[in-house]
Design a protein around this ligand. Structure first.
Ligand code: UD1
Ligand code: CA
Length: 421
């Protein structure tokens, strides 16, 4: 049995934000969500250590992850102190614990599995993940003995000039045989530059107590990139996006311009779909085969699009289910909607889904073969029956039956020679 401990109590001072660091988002998913998603198939239970803005972080965890618990750490006395908070919850636990940081969202499930396999194969009691960084600044350095075995981890702020030259850094991810390493957490001290109880000190503790301590060196150092600043957040977003675009292209999706296209990890796209430039797709979505998306489309999550659809330029879609062969080519907003197959949405169509007085959002339902004329406002809740046509420029405020023509339009007035007079 494996338990996960995710450190998420720190303030994240360098973000200069009122939002706790681990709730900063990449494609509208908090950093902590990435970490929890990556451990959910590995650990049967996760403990998230919360402190700074604990209520907000707890709310997020409770809403989205039912096998995760939050554990409060107040005050926050360092990463070692943070892990010690789970001791009462794992009193008689005899399995493995993997420790991760809530601010390291790029780690993958595949790497974590390899990491644990390495730990097991080497009969380790304690394994730390490391990697080589050309620019190791701000990370803890892995210090080795002359025979290359691990000695300890030294934080940047405590490092000597020679230690600062070491390029092997601590990823902040650990696997431990809990029963063996648990005593360390009552023995850590805070004699260091930051006056904190460092989790990193468990390496030296393990050595001193004759445990088998190893490092797993990760080749793809991108994965352990930690988010400490807004610059880091932007760089991580770019990495997650590149990964996604590459995997989509490998699976038969055309991305016309990868430098201007943004697609969240949680978006599935079928083969032979083309995504045109300047398109932004966030949240969880499923797009079928042979679709054309963009240029300049914005999909905001909970969007399901079947095969052979077209979502064109300046079209925003959220919480919508769109059946096959349906087109919304230009300048439209489709939110909280259900569109049948063979529907055509004319340019400038808006689903007016939100009543700002009652703050209620309502749904628009368009049955198969509906044709909506340009510049129509569909005031939800509203349902348009199968095959019905709506004339251009209409404001539709009630349900319309099938195969009808509906339009609201002031009569056209033409005053002959008015300009000349
Ligand atoms: C930490 C490691 C460093 C490693 C780096 C990798 C320590 C002492 N240092 O440094 O060796 O290279 O991560 O990214 O462990 N947190 C708590 N409670 C606390 C303090 C921190 O939960 O009292 C959480 C933070 O919210 C964060 C994580 O622990 O998610 C790491 O803390 P942070 O301050 O970012 O440590 P680093 O300086 O990055
Ligand atoms: Ca960090």
């Amino acid at each position: 049995m494996i338990k996960a401990v995710i450190l998420a109590a720190g303030k994240g001072t360098r973000m200069k934000s009122d939002t706790p660091k681990v709730l900063h988002q990449i494609f509208s998913k908090p950093l902590l969500g990435y970490v929890l998603d990556n451990v959910k198939n590995i650990a049967d239970e996760s403990f998230v250590i919360v402190g700074h803005h604990a209520e907000e972080v707890t709310k997020f965890v409770e809403k989205h992850y039912n096998n995760a618990k939050t554990v409060l750490q107040t005050p926050q006395l360092g990463t070692g102190h943070a892990v010690s908070m789970v001791c009462p919850h794992l009193e008689n636990f005899d399995g493995q614990v993997i420790i991760l940081c809530g601010d390291t969202p790029l780690i993958t499930e595949k790497t974590l599995k390899e990491f644990i396999e390495y730990h097991n194969k080497n009969n380790s009691d304690l394994t730390v993940m490391s990697t080589i960084f050309e620019n190791p600044a701000n990370y803890g350095r892995i210090i080795r003995e002359s025979d290359n075995t691990l000695k300890c981890i030294v934080e940047e702020k405590d490092a000597t000039p020679e230690q600062k030259l070491v390029k092997e850094v601590n990823a902040g991810i650990y696997c431990l045989n809990w029963a063996k390493v648990k005593p360390a957490f009552s023995q850590l001290t805070s004699n260091n530059a930051q006056g904190e109880y460092y989790l990193t000190d468990i390496i030296a503790w393990g050595k001193k107590n004759d445990l088998k301590v190893n490092a797993y060196i990760l080749e793809n150092s991108d994965e352990i990139y930690g988010i400490n600043s807004r610059q880091n957040l932007a760089a991580a977003t770019r990495i997650i996006n590149e990964r996604k675009l590459n995997s989509l292209m490998e699976n038969g999706v055309t991305i016309v311009d990868p430098t201007s296209t943004w697609i969240s990890e949680d978006t599935e796209i079928g083969s032979d779909t083309t995504v045109f430039p300047a398109t932004y797709i966030e949240g969880k979505n499923k797009i079928g085969k042979n679709c054309k998306i963009g240029p300049c489309a914005h999909l905001r999550g909970d969007v399901e699009i079947a095969d052979n659809c077209k979502i064109g330029n300046f079209v925003e879609v959220k919480k919508a289910k769109i059946n096959h062969n349906t087109n919304a080519g230009h300048l439209s907003y489709i939110g909280d909607a259900e569109l049948g197959s063979n529907v055509n949405i004319g340019a400038g169509t808006i689903t007016a889904n939100y009543d700002p007085i009652s703050k209620v959002k309502s749904r628009t339902i368009l049955k198969d073969n509906v044709k909506i004329g340009s510049n129509t406002v569909l005031v939800a809740p509203v349902e348009i029956g199968k095959g019905t046509n709506i004339g251009a420029g209409s404001v539709i405020t009630k349900n319309i039956t099938e195969w009808a023509l509906a339009l609201t339009r002031a009569p056209l007035r033409v005053i002959e020679k008015w300009v000349k007079h």
